[in-house]
Write a protein that binds this ligand. Structure first.
Ligand SMILES: Cc1ncc(COP(=O)(O)O)c(C=O)c1O
Length: 383
């Protein structure tokens, strides 16, 4: 065994360039949403081949805005995968609507296509497709099942730079939302981006992002009419990104393709290096996935074949300085949802199994070949 290392599950790749970029808004005094946000939105939208990008405070607030813009409200149902970050379901409740869980596939960890049809009712307003860990859900298969009046919202929190049949994440449904949390491939600290090709959906989201105001802060500030105050015709929020964050985001966005390329190379290195461990199956990458963004490298630990329970494996890796995490959680098993809807864990067996048996191993852009070899060797030593 090589000497003990300390390998984080994820590390943001930020440094001198991001630091320098943040100086400009600090020096010119435009700190809140302004020209940097506008530039970041334009560049991000272009990279993901959509007409509009709308920067927000997080993916969670972006998902909330998107559902509101899509007209989701009380009495509506929204289909969400049961294995995802809790925010995917929470935002449906923010709108006063009901999340309807759908099971997930144990190999891709994404929504189980065969189970979607049975979840559709005359109250279904939208479906949230999560591209979990950067692997796009099979959007065309979903479109073949759901009637056209049901809106498709991509939860692309993990999927900046990912593509499906050569079409970028964020351009595949009616709207998409990305996260720039530090565990994602590119970061602005906290932050998110709403994408759409629909001018009206973008306009509504834009207004709701800024308290429901029809005039942006920047337009108001630059106006020749000092008495100009916006009118408020709808309920809004303050979900605005700051120019400080957008300045950092612009630098990060320029590095996105390089980051994804590196992650792809190392993910393939892991897949090759781990292929003879019979109890460990990395997230499968179907051929429709033309670019996996590898936000995280998540494996399924087969409980029938593994020499010990997943948590013991995680403890051993931890003792060797290797950080791991469960992939994510089964939302239907969280106390709040379990008690609210009286759901049993066995109602969504795929999500339950993924909750109990998935394990993310370290993958980020600051890891070296020695780090990857160390993780592969540590996993081989478990028997
Ligand atoms: C699938 C998914 N959706 C939504 C979110 C929420 O993102 P944010 O932290 O930017 O609100 C996350 C965050 O991890 C996520 O993984």
């Amino acid at each position: 065994m090589l000497e003990t290392r300390k390998i984080h599950i994820a590390l943001p790749s930020t440094g001198e360039e991001e630091w320098q970029a943040a100086r400009e808004p600090l020096l010119n005094g435009w700190l809140t949403q302004g020209p940097k946000v506008a530039e970041f939105e334009k560049e991000f939208a272009a990279r993901h081949t959509v007409s509009h990008g709308l920067a927000v405070t997080s993916c969670t607030t972006g998902l909330h805005l998107a559902l509101e813009a899509l007209g989701v409200g009380p009495g509506d149902e929204v289909i969400v995968p049961a294995f995802t970050w809790v925010a995917t379901a929470n935002v449906v409740l923010y709108c006063g609507a009901t999340p309807v869980f759908c099971d997930v596939d144990r190999e891709t960890f994404n929504i189980k296509i065969e189970d979607i049809a049975s979840k559709i009712t005359n109250k279904t307003k939208a479906i949230v497709l999560v591209h979990l860990f950067g692997l796009c859900a099979d959007v065309d298969a979903v479109k073949a099942i759901v009637p056209p009046h049901i809106k498709i919202l991509e939860d692309a929190a993990c999927a900046a730079g990912a593509s499906y049949k050569n079409r970028p994440a964020g351009s595949l449904g009616d709207m998409g939302v990305f996260s720039f949390h530090p565990r994602k491939s590119i970061t602005t600290g906290e932050g998110g981006m709403v994408t759409t090709n629909d001018k009206e959906l973008n306009r509504l989201s834009d207004i709701m992002r800024n308290h429901g105001a029809e005039i942006s802060e920047e337009a108001r500030h630059n106006s020749a009419k000092p008495y100009l105050l916006p009118d408020f015709k709808m309920l809004g929020y303050n979900y605005r990104m700051t120019d400080l964050q957008a300045a950092v985001g612009l630098v990060q966005l320029k590095k996105l393709d390089k980051f994804i390329e590196e992650r792809d190379t190392w993910a393939k290195y892991y897949i090759e290096g781990l292929k003879d461990i019979s109890w460990l199956s990395p997230q499968s990458t179907p051929s429709y996935c033309t670019q996996h963004a590898w936000q995280a490298f998540v494996c399924y630990v087969d409980p029938d074949k593994a020499p010990m329970p997943r948590n013991d494996i995680m403890d051993i890796l931890q003792s060797k300085g290797i950080a791991t995490r469960p992939g994510t959680h089964a939302v239907h098993m969280l106390t709040f949802y379990r008690e609210k809807y009286g759901i049993r864990s066995e109602d969504f067996p795929g999500a339950r199994d993924c909750d109990q048996n998935t394990m993310a191993i370290p993958l980020h852009n600051k890891m070296t070949k020695e780090d990857f070899d160390y993780v592969v060797e540590a996993l081989h030593a478990i028997n």
